[in-house]
Design a protein around this ligand. Sequence first.
Ligand code: MV4
Length: 443
Amino acid sequence: MFQKLLVANRGEIALRIICACKELQIPTVAVYSDADRDSLHVRFSDEAVCIGPARSQESYLNIPSIISAAEITNVDSIHPGYGYLAENAYFAEVCDSCGIKFIGPSAPTIELMGDKARARESMNQAGLPLIPGSGVLKETDEQIEEIARKVGYPLIVKAVAGGGGRGMRVVNRPDQLHEALAMAQAEANSAFGIPDVYLERFLDNPRHVEFQILADEFGNVVHLGERECSIQRRHQKLIEESPSPIMTDELRREIGDKVVQASQAINYQNAGTIEFLFDQKGHYYFIEMNTRIQVEHPVTEMVTGLDIVKKQIRIAAGEQLGFSQEDIQFRGHSIECRLNAECPETFLPSPGKITAYHPPGGTGIRTDSAAYNDYVVSPHYDSLIAKLIAHGRNRQEALARLDRALDMFIIEGIQTSIPLHQKIISHPDFVEGRFGTSFLNQL
Ligand code: MV4
């Protein structure tokens, strides 16, 4: 097992990784910016190193600073969490060349999945169905018009380096194609430094459902079922749940078999998420694979009883998975709300001091957060303050627990998305499980 692990992140996920290390009895090193000196991830780690000023670019994204902190403290492993350097293939490679184990898949796998056009091609080869579309567009304007005609309208232009919705444009008619291509390419180039784009047929109000997988370094792969992630606003997920209201045991087995096969085919290692869109008829299509631990991993932990972060660390240390697909049982239903510091009217971030903080407890409730009384939500970082996760024997019980826990969550001094969550989970269409990715536009 690892002798010492550096947590290359902040906030609730840094704390979550430290929890896993404590249970595995691995000493931890926290890294922190000037703005995070009084953070809980600093307090609960065994050692802590300041890596720079508040701005992420100069601290949590600063590879030389983080590698220096790793060398100085003599760690043998780095967990990147989510965001920041988690899907940076170059960072994984630098860790490798410094003899530090990057807890995640190999650098070439991160790179492959980071190129959405290559990811589509390889996962299709590996047996996953795709939305009709194109490869990366390298052709002349006239040839692209022809490719678009074959894909069919409406279509969507997507950045190969994308994800999170940037560099995407919907095209309803052929006469809008060239302007949309130019806009998407310009946006992709300024956001990612890579202008390349590809096409997909546009699905109207699809559902976003993703499968969690775990793969060890000996070719053993299991899936941990799905998460329904359709409730999102501006490509930020707000509520996630498992199982998805549209899933059946039979369909889970069918897709689960395919994602396990596909992951084996690309020799995937560590935790990963395979994202699908479901159209109105219930047909499903691969869109992307995420090569990191995800924000919403707790709902999967609640229904499987597994600790995914501990599993990531054990796998990276060279341990066998230790169980097979038949050993995994899905128990009950879990729903997570992401509580953000934001204005309820404008949805703009609402940073500032939390003057009173008291998370709810009780049966079937979990809160993942790094907040406390007098904690200051910094404008430099993501506005996520807490993840409230409910579990119950069925969706109705999980929702009842979530509802009362939202009501009992005290966060004062800043505005939060709690009222929005209360509105969503009491909406008849949400209660009945009838919603797609457009749900919040209609709310
Ligand atoms: C799509 C889609 C419809 N058709 N792909 C991909 C990344 C994810 N964050 C959103 N994505 C989508 N991909 C096809 N072929 C719809 C979405 C989508 C979306 C697209 C445009 C504007 C808002 C959206 C909200 C949710 C999902």
